[in-house]
Design a protein around this ligand. Structure first.
Ligand code: GLU
Length: 469
């Protein structure tokens, strides 16, 4: 094995890929790349009841979306835990032969009765010295030594566990299958993993895993447990309660770069961020600067509002061709892409997600946009609305059709009514777009073209005439 560090990301394919998993993967990715090391993707697919192949594909696709891809030289895998089944059992056998593990044939009921009778909780090593061999239904248990286990953690410092509080845990079930605890260690060993960076919820497993490493005669890896993500109520993010699937954010129009940048801020602050007055940094800078020692201990709030505001920032930084391309999947197939490209630079400021785009410009792609009643009531019932619209129609019949002239022409008209631009624009905007809010009016008119704009303004005027009469 070469001296370069080997990190790994070891998800279980039992559901949609979680934003917390994505954050852990990014931390590992940054470290593997910046140290010239390797990022091993290991799919922990041994929970047969809960695994599904589509979840594995979902993990691979989601990782690729955030830039963790198999075509990068630092990437290795995916490797599958199920392919290492023999190694898991061979390690179990070695532990048995070396006396670090022993068989136990007690049923859960027997264990419970004995614990009650002796007034203890859990399993008190009753089969330790019975000298049992393997038998159908017997489990293999680890013989937890006396003493203290100190886990050296790069985020949390030294964490001590009194071995008295750890019962002789099961390594191999009665049906002969290894448990997570063992398979996970053996895989890390087989794959030459030097650094385990994972979620805090695994910390209670770590002393047990460290004992297995040592019993198998290996130096344990360097551990790091990163804080969990919590929701607004400070509860751990959960599939049932919260929107946690990375794919869902992608499908709602979050840019991958914005997601990556936001995830990196959860529990970690880029050095210099405060002085710079921003948390937005390009990936190469974050990758180079990321250190586990700087990760803080408190749970990190996954704030979807903040994510959306990062996304808005990232959208504004796109070039127009990039923006047009990024919005494409959200646009109905029949919309004219060239027309969208014309309006795109004028809506860039207002988009927080790519999915917002069609709703902002739909009036340019339908013959008769729906008129929002509240917008109509607010703008068309004023005294000046009707005459101003009529004057604007007259003036627009012969104006040069570009946004500057369209603006100055309306300014000339509004002067007659002593109106400010905001008020004067409103009836025109509602006439052509159906709403009071939208992209800059004169640019929208320019893209729409004279014939269509005038047709809509005349239709609105006719409607006003009708309501008058
Ligand atoms: N498969 C475990 C999980 O998804 C990961 C364990 C680990 O990272 O060591 O929680």
């Amino acid at each position: 094995m070469s001296g370069s560090p080997r990190y790994r990301f070891a998800p279980s394919p039992t559901g949609f890929f979680h934003v917390g998993g994505a954050r852990t993967a990014l931390f590992n990715w940054a470290l593997a790349r910046s140290t010239g090391g390797t990022f091993v993707l290991r799919i922990e697919d041994t929970d047969e009841a809960r695994n599904r192949p589509e979840w594995t594909q979902g993990i691979i696709d989601s990782l690729a979306w955030i830039g963790i891809t198999a075509d990068d030289p630092h990437f290795e895998g995916p490797l599958f835990q199920s392919a290492f089944a023999e190694a898991h059992l061979a390690a179990a056998q070695r532990l048995f032969e070396s006396g670090h593990a022993y068989y136990c044939d007690m049923t859960p009921d027997e264990i419970q009765q004995r614990a009650e009778a002796e007034g203890v909780t859990g399993y008190a090593g009753w089969s330790r010295d019975r000298g049992l061999g393997p038998a159908a239904g017997s489990v293999l248990r680890f013989r937890v030594p006396e003493g203290i286990t100190v886990v050296r953690d790069q985020v949390r410092g030294d964490v001590s566990f009194d071995n008295d509080t750890i019962e002789d845990f099961v390594l191999v079930r009665g049906n002969g299958t290894p448990v997570f605890m063992l398979a996970n260690v053996v895989d890390d060993m087989e794959m030459g993993i030097t650094n385990v960076v994972r979620a805090e919820e695994h910390l209670p497993n770590t002393p047990k895993q460290q004992m297995i490493w040592e019993a198998l005669g290996h130096e344990p890896p360097v551990w790091a447990h990163v804080p969990v993500l919590v929701n607004e109520q400070r509860k751990k993010l959960s599939k049932r309660r919260d929107k946690v699937a990375l794919e869902q954010y992608r499908d709602e129009g979050i840019l991958a770069d914005a997601m990556v940048n936001y995830l990196m801020t959860l529990g970690w602050t880029m050095p210099g961020a405060e002085e710079a007055g921003t948390e937005i940094f390009p990936w190469p800078e974050m990758e180079a600067a990321f250190r586990l020692e700087d990760v803080n201990l408190s749970p990190a709030f996954f704030d979807t509002k903040k994510l959306v505001s990062f996304n808005g920032e990232y959208i504004r930084r796109l070039s127009v061709p990039e923006l047009v391309e990024a919005c494409d999947p959200w646009l109905p197939a029949e919309w004219d892409r060239a027309r969208f490209a014309e309006i795109a630079p004028h809506i860039q400021q207002r988009l927080n997600t790519l999915a917002d785009a069609p709703g902002v410009v739909d009036f340019l792609f339908t013959d008769d946009p729906e008129i929002d009643e509240a917008s109509w009531a607010k703008t068309m019932t004023t005294e000046y609305a009707k005459p101003l619209l009529a004057d604007a129609i007259d003036a627009y019949e012969s104006a040069d059709w570009n946004h500057e002239t369209l603006k100055s022409t309306l300014e000339d008209v509004m002067a007659r009514y002593e109106l400010k631009l905001g008020k004067a624009q409103a009836p025109v905007r509602v006439a052509v777009t159906g709403r009071t809010v939208g992209p800059p009016l004169f640019e929208a008119l320019e893209v729409m073209g004279r014939d269509e704009a005038l047709r809509r303004m005349r239709a609105a005027l006719a409607l006003l005439d009708g309501t008058d009469g």
